[in-house]
Design a protein around this ligand. Structure first.
Ligand code: KIV
Length: 266
């Protein structure tokens, strides 16, 4: 039986040159499927706000909603490391709020680590949360909670911005993050950061040289057609399969084909 993945396992994977696989899950059935598929890390992402709850951005997601998703994922008893994404305004308001809310994800949700967006500007938060033994995954580059500052979901770190992204990478490592998500940055910049950092880099739209990759499960299964970023690869197209099943059910109920004796009690 596969053993539980721990933070030291993830760090060892970088040292051994083993690629780290990360996918999102927000509920019990998907957590079972994703874990069964063998991922190393399940990220209970605040992307739930978009692909699960139907918001335009991740900004409206609350602590209570994230706790609900984290608990549902944990009930699947995954062998993968479970990382809880911290929602907007649950950690930006100061280290006391950050420690309390990150602590809730561990204590009430059962997560094994948390993720926060931000680089140098969030180093104080990463340091404080890590210092109370809550492992922190950082997230730099295209940070979706900064959508208004960025003026949309745009690639970050091109040209003169590259130095700022590198500074962010060093700042989160120095502050104690155990890993860092690099989102929406040029592949060459991600390769440089990955070579220079001692902590693993997890890429999304950051090219092939990162120590690991993360994608949103709804995107790779064709369950969200609201947007289709260049970095997403669709591994299955479940939308039409689900629609066809629903259409058939509706037709069979209407024409009396379902239920039959097979689906009835005597
Ligand atoms: O919320 C999320 O799912 C994320 C990943 C896409 C990195 O932050």
């Amino acid at each position: 039986m596969k053993k539980k993945t721990t933070i030291p396992d993830i760090l060892k994977m970088k040292l051994n040159g083993q690629r780290i696989t990360v996918l999102t899950a927000y509920d019990f059935p998907f957590a079972r499927l994703v874990d069964g598929g063998g991922v190393d890390v399940i990220l209970v992402g605040d992307s739930a706000g978009v692909v699960f709850a139907g918001h335009e951005t991740t900004l409206p997601v609350t602590m209570d909603e994230m706790l609900y998703h984290v608990r549902a994922v944990k009930r699947a008893d995954p062998k993968a490391l479970v990382v809880a994404d911290m929602p907007f305004m649950s950690y930006q308001t100061g280290i006391e709020d950050a420690c309390r809310n990150c602590g809730r994800m561990i204590k009430e949700g059962g997560a094994e680590a948390v993720k926060v967006e931000g680089g140098s500007n969030m180093a104080h938060v990463i340091r404080a949360v890590s210092s109370i033994d809550i492992p922190v995954m950082a997230h730099i580059g295209l940070t979706p909670q900064s959508v208004h500052r960025m003026g949309g979901y745009k690639v970050q770190g091109r040209n003169e911005q590259a130095e700022r992204i590198k500074d962010d990478a060093y700042a989160v490592q120095h502050a104690g993050a155990f890993a860092v998500v690099l989102e929406g940055i040029p592949a060459a910049l991600a390769a440089e950061i990955t070579a220079e950092l001692t902590i693993p880099t997890i890429g999304i739209g950051a090219g092939p040289s990162c120590d690991g990759q993360v994608l949103v499960i709804h995107d790779i299964l064709g369950l969200c057609d609201k947007y289709s970023p260049k970095f997403v690869k669709r591994y299955a197209d479940l939308g039409p399969i689900i629609s066809a099943a629903v259409t058939q059910y509706v037709a069979e109920v209407r024409n009396g084909e379902f239920p039959t004796e097979e689906h009835s009690f005597s």
